[in-house]
Design a protein around this ligand. Structure first.
Ligand code: C5P
Length: 232
């Protein structure tokens, strides 16, 4: 499985994302399209970015009854995305249905990755709002294991959880890790961050990097720096 740097293209219009991607005249980065851009620009944005030669992680975090998720995943699979995701809390049955929906007639399918507990959820909130009393680290590992049992390819997790996820679910089980910052850069609103080089050390399979690239004075140079530290 190829290690790669995925740029979080958190823009809210087609014009902005296209003018950002126009800068990349050499190597075409793997791109993450989230809810904001997808809802603003519609499914055609996926096809247009794909047609420019980028791989796409469609980050829509599905969570619904199995039948609805299965049928929705079938639609996303036709957009020819390379990776998509859902909430592991939707249950193993929902994750299995999602995989069925993603399968294309030719036997290929996008990678399917689970979100465990969102990093915005604290232990306190999980206990009070969700009535889950176990330590959040255990909940994350349990959800990762459920994703593995359902046949998924991996999880989105903090770089700090990547080693534990690999230990529990196997080295082939993918860890896709946001929260990446350069050693000499701003951390912004992220709290527990790692550099691309550290993420490589601890065995992340893909890093998701947003503002350190999108807000850089020279985004292409920032991207190349990530690739040099993480992949090359
Ligand atoms: O700009 P920045 O590098 O912080 O962007 C990180 C990206 O990863 C954003 O699109 C954010 O929504 C996403 N993400 C995250 N933390 C998670 C899950 C997703 O930062 N736990």
């Amino acid at each position: 499985m190829g290690k790669d740097v995925i740029i979080a293209c958190d823009f809210n219009s087609k014009e902005e994302v296209m003018s950002f991607l126009d800068k990349f005249t050499g190597r075409k980065p793997y791109v993450k399209i989230g809810m904001e851009l997808f809802y603003a620009a519609g499914p055609d944005i996926v096809k247009e970015i794909k047609a420019r030669g980028h791989k796409i992680f469609l980050d829509l975090k599905l969570h619904d009854i199995p039948n609805t998720v299965k049928k929705s995943m079938a639609v996303l699979s036709k957009l020819d995305v390379d990776m998509c995701n859902l909430h592991a809390s939707g249950t193993i049955a929902m994750m299995e249905a999602a995989l069925e929906g993603l399968m294309r007639p030719d036997g290929t399918r996008p990678l399917l990755i689970a979100v465990t507990q969102l990093t915005s959820t604290s232990q306190e909130r999980m206990e009070s709002d969700l009535l889950i009393k176990e330590p959040i680290e255990e909940v994350v590992m349990h959800y990762a294991h459920n994703a593995k049992l359902a046949g998924l390819d991996g999880v989105v997790c903090s770089p700090r959880e990547a080693t534990a996820v690999h230990n529990k679910c196997g080295r082939e089980f993918l860890t896709v890790t946001p929260g990446v910052r350069f050693a000499d850069g701003d951390i912004g609103d992220q709290v527990r961050v790692m550099t691309p080089a550290q993420a490589r050390e601890i065995g992340s399979d893909y890093i998701v990097v947003g503002r350190p690239i999108t807000a850089a004075a020279d985004p292409v140079a920032a991207y190349e720096r990530c690739v040099a530290e993480f992949v090359d």
